[in-house]
Design a protein around this ligand. Structure first.
Ligand SMILES: [Zn+2]
Length: 379
């Protein structure tokens, strides 16, 4: 049985440790303190544990329970960092009210970390032997650039993986990816009174925005995935011009294109390039560039993958439907590394918002499901 007292106490400790990603909020403490807590906890429970310093207060922690050999290795993955705490009244109090524990990261995803440490606790108590290894991975920086999981996967092997991002205890088989692009339009700087000389880069960007608006409707209508929903596109940032009375020489936007499984980096680049080519065909003065800044693949695991089947067998009640997430997660990187990965996490709410909570009974249930899945998968 999952040790509920241990899990709740651990969760409270974890929420009380500031692990705000320093790249998102300068007052953030980073992952070192929480990583050290987890490392010590794993050692105390008889796990092999390694803390890997990534610099800049970022660490990964990898705990291993050794199997007797010849079994399948199961990895579990949770990120240590949280988003910022601006606007929160008690981000680190870890206050419990009924079945809810409140605080930054309670749901995303310290509840999951506590559930994973609860698995470690059960191994320590039950002394159950398994053939394969269980590897608990706790990583830095998922909320920013996923440096932690990228570093981990440089030298990592497993036969299956469970990413424990929140799913309200539903089995999640995949998620959308995203590409972030920079589009720049180039005008000609001139005195505001010299309309025959100046070319306004901001007005030029207006045409791009209008075309993108049409494209976003088109994309959402035509690209659909049964689990992850439709593809989408938006423009989070616009910057253009330098001053009143001067023609804008340059205007820059960022485009965020959310992709569904099956869409590739080449596909999306071609889609945006075609849009710009079209505009320059219409007007020879139109001048724009396109640059990809970030790319994250979408991910989808098959329903009959061994890890999915194994997890499905351990659910307290029969699972008939699966879900997909509209946001990207580290599971995408495990998938790229050829490790079949499924996602399951606790129930809660207020993700990235000013009041965040996790439901305690779901954290305990999750821990039991993860433990049982380990025994099944690594047997
Ligand atoms: Zn998360």
């Amino acid at each position: 049985m999952a040790d509920s007292g241990f899990i709740i106490q651990t969760l409270q400790d974890l929420v009380r440790i500031n692990s705000v990603n320093t790249f998102l909020e300068s007052s953030g403490k980073g992952e070192k303190d929480i990583g050290t807590y987890i490392h010590n906890c794993l050692l105390g429970l008889g796990f092999d544990s390694e803390i890997i310093d990534l610099g800049k207060n970022q660490v990964n922690v990898v705990g291993r329970w050794h199997g007797t050999g010849n079994g399948k290795t199961l990895a579990m993955n949770a990120h240590l960092d949280t988003v910022g705490v601006a606007g929160m009244t008690e981000p680190f109090a870890a206050r419990i009210e009924g079945n809810k524990l409140f605080g930054r990261g309670a749901y995303d995803m310290k509840g999951s970390i506590a559930a994973m440490l609860g698995v470690a606790k059960q191994f320590a108590l039950d002394k159950r032997t398994i053939s394969g290894d269980l590897v608990l991975t706790f990583v830095a920086d998922e909320e920013y650039e996923s440096v932690g999981t990228q570093e981990l996967l440089k030298n990592f092997k497993a036969d299956g993986c469970i990413v424990t991002e929140p799913t309200d205890l539903k089995i999640c088989l995949g998620h959308r990816g995203f590409g972030v692009y920079e589009i720049t339009t180039f005008g000609k700087v001139a005195h505001g009174g010299l309309h025959r000389e100046g070319v306004d880069a901001n007005m030029m960007m207006g045409r791009v925005l209008s075309a993108l608006d049409k494209l976003s409707i088109e994309v959402s209508k035509t690209k659909n995935n049964p689990l992850c929903g439709e593809a989408s596109l938006h423009v989070p940032i616009i910057k253009g011009g330098q001053s009143l009375f001067i023609y804008a020489g340059e205007c820059k936007i960022n485009v965020e294109r959310r992709t569904i499984p099956g869409e590739s980096k080449n596909d999306i680049h071609a889609e945006l390039k075609e849009l710009l080519d079209q505009l320059s065909n219409e007007d020879p003065k139109f001048n724009a560039s396109l640059k990809n800044l970030i790319w994250r693949n979408p991910y989808e695991v098959k329903e009959d993958a061994a890890i999915v089947k194994s997890l499905q067998r351990q659910m307290p009640s029969p699972v008939t439907d699966f879900i997909g997430h509209t946001w990207w997660e580290d599971s995408g990187l495990f998938g790229e590394a050829g490790i079949e990965t499924v996602i399951i996490g606790p129930r809660g709410g207020g993700i990235h918002q000013s009041i965040e909570w996790v439901e305690l009974d779901s954290v305990i249930d999750l821990s039991q499901i993860l433990y049982n899945t380990t025994l099944d998968f690594c047997k």
